[in-house]
Ligand binder design. Structure first.
Ligand code: GAP
Length: 417
C-alpha cells in the first residue's frame, strides 16, 4: 500500500540526517534549488561513480569530457533551444526556460545562457575528440554536470529543479546502425536501475509519441518511475538522428562529418542519447529504499540502500564510550577497517540503540560493535574463545553474528564490490 505521507517522511529524513537541505534555507530558500548535505553528497558521488564505471570506464568505445557550463550562445541557437525550449505559462504564452546571464563588462557584454542540457558541450567537442583520440565508430562521449532550467513550477522536492545534474551519453553511430545501439543502451539503463536498487517492476517504459517528443528526437523512450506523486519521467533515451551535428555544421561552418577510413566516405554520424537526471535518480532510490518495520518491539525506519551506493558502509561502535579499553580497541578496529574499506564511520554518540537508529536511517548496511568479549579474558567479563571477535549487525534484518576481526573487512568488501 502506498503511504500517503511517504514524500513528507523522505523529505524530513533527508533534512534530519544530512542528505538534502533546502537551498539558501537561512534566507527562506530559493524555489527549485536544493543542497546536498554530508551523506547526500557521498550518495550522489557513489551513484555518479557507478554510472561512470558502467557507461564509460568498463567499455572501450567511450570517452569523457567536462565542458564549460557557459557556452557561446550560437550553440543554443543552432540546437534550437533559443527558439523552442519553452513551456506554456498560465495565460498560454510560451516562456523560454533557459537562464540568461551576461559575459563581459560594459559594451563588450554579451548575453549567454546557462546550459539547459549537458549534451551541448558534448556536440561542440565532437570534432576535438575525433581529432585528438581518432576513435572508430561507433563510439560515445559521456559527461556528468549541472544543467539549468527556469522551470515555471519547480516542485516535488528534488524531482523538478531549476538547477539539476545530468549524466549523459551521446553515442555516435553510422546512420543505418542506430537501432542496435538504441537497444544496447536501453538494456544498460535497466542494468543501472538494478545496480542502484530501483526495482525493475517500478520502472515503466513509455514510447513517446511524435507530438510530445523534443524537437531533435526521432524516437524517445521515457523511463518512468512510480514516484509517490505519480508515475513520472525518471530518464530518457532518445534517437537524435543527425540533428545536432548537422545543425552545428551549418551554424558554425565547421565540418562535423566523419571520415570512414574503410570506405573513404564522409557522413554525419547519428546519435543515441541515454540521459539520466542525477537528482531524480536519488529520489527514486530513496523512495525504493525507504522502509518502516517493527524491531525489538519498536517501530524503526531504515533505508535499504544497495551497499555499493550507501554513503556509510559500516559503523564501528564501542559498546560503552566511558570504558577506555573498549574505546581503544574500537578505535583500533575502526582505523584498520578504514584503511581497507572507504566510508567507515566511528560512532559513539548516545547509547547503542540510538546509534542503530541513526545508522539505519542513513542506510548503513553494517554495524560493528566492540564489547568485553572482544577484549578477551583480560577484561572483567570477556570469554577467552571470543577474544578478537566482534558483532556484525545487518541493517535489513537487525540480526547479529559474531565474526573474527580479520573476517570483517572481507565481508564488507564482498558486499560493496
Ligand atoms: N539531453 C537530453 C535532455 O536533456 P530531458 O528529457 O529534457 O532530455 C533528461 O532531460 C533528464 O534530465 C530527465 O529524464 C530527468 O532525469 C532530468 N531532468 C530534466 N529536467 C529536470 C528538472 N527540472 N529537474 C530535475 N531533473 C530534470
Amino acid at each position: 500500500m502506498v503511504d500517503a505521507n511517504l514524500m513528507e517522511k523522505i523529505v524530513s529524513l533527508c533534512k534530519r540526517r544530512g542528505f538534502v537541505f533546502p537551498g539558501s534555507e537561512i534566507y527562506g530558500g530559493l524555489a527549485g534549488t536544493f543542497d546536498y548535505g554530508p551523506y547526500g553528497v557521498v550518495l550522489k558521488e557513489n551513484i555518479e561513480r557507478l554510472w561512470l564505471s558502467m557507461f564509460r570506464d568498463s567499455r572501450d568505445d567511450m570517452y569523457g569530457v567536462d565542458a564549460a557550463i557557459l557556452m557561446n550562445p550560437k550553440v543554443w541557437e543552432a540546437s534550437g533551444h533559443v527558439q523552442t525550449f519553452a513551456d506554456p505559462m498560465a495565460d498560454g504564452k510560451m516562456f523560454n526556460t533557459m537562464f540568461k546571464t551576461s559575459a563581459g563588462a560594459g559594451e563588450e557584454a554579451i548575453t549567454v545562457y546557462l546550459r539547459p542540457e549537458t549534451a551541448g558541450g558534448i556536440f561542440a567537442n565532437f570534432k576535438n575528440v575525433v581529432d585528438s583520440i581518432h576513435p572508430k565508430l561507433p563510439f560515445g562521449i559521456a559527461q556528468i554536470g549541472k544543467a539549468f532550467r527556469n522551470e515555471i513550477a519547480p516542485r516535488d522536492f528534488i524531482f523538478r529543479l531549476r538547477e539539476l545534474s545530468q549524466m549523459e551519453v551521446e553515442y555516435f553511430v553510422k546512420p543505418g546502425e542506430w537501432q542496435q545501439a538504441f537497444e544496447e543502451w536501453r538494456k544498460m539503463m535497466h542494468l543501472f536501475a538494478e545496480a542502484v536498487g530501483i526495482p525493475q517492476g517500478t520502472i515503466h517504459e513509455l514510447e513517446v509519441p511524435e507530438s510530445d517528443r523534443a524537437h531533435y528526437s526521432k524516437r524517445t523512450i521515457d523511463f518512468e518511475f512510480e514516484y509517490p506523486f505519480g508515475r513520472k519521467e525518471l530518464w530518457g533515451l532518445a534517437y537524435r538522428g543527425d540533428f545536432d551535428l548537422s545543425a552545428h555544421t551549418k551554424a558554425s561552418t565547421v565540418d562535423l562529418s566523419y571520415l570512414d577510413e574503410e570506405t573513404s566516405g564522409r557522413f554525419i554520424p547519428h546519435v543515441i542519447e541515454p540521459s539520466l537526471g542525477v537528482d531524480r535518480t536519488i529520489l527514486a532510490i530513496l523512495v525504493s529504499a525507504y522502509r518502516e518495520d517493527e524491531l525489538g518491539g519498536e517501530t524503526r525506519t531504515y533505508l535499504a540502500l544497495a551497499p555499493k551506493i550507501a554513503p556509510v558502509k559500516a559503523a564501528v561502535f564501542p559498546l560503552l564510550k566511558n570504558k577506555p579499553e573498549l574505546v581503544a580497541k574500537a578505535r583500533e578496529v575502526y582505523f584498520s577497517l578504514k584503511s581497507q574499506v572507504p566510508s567507515i564511520q566511528y560512532d559513539d554518540n548516545g547509547n547503542i540503540g540510538k546509534r542503530y537508529r541513526r545508522q539505519d536511517e542513513i542506510g548503513t548496511p553494517f554495524c560493528i560493535t566492540i564489547d568485553f568479549d572482544t577484549l578477551g579474558p583480560s577484561s572483567s567479563s570477556g570469554q577467552a574463545n571470543l577474544k578478537d571477535t566482534v558483532t556484525l549487525r545487518h541493517r535489513d534484518t537487525g540480526s547479529q553474528e559474531r565474526l573474527a576481526i580479520p573476517e570483517v573487512s572481507a565481508r564488507l568488501r564482498e558486499a560493496i564490490l
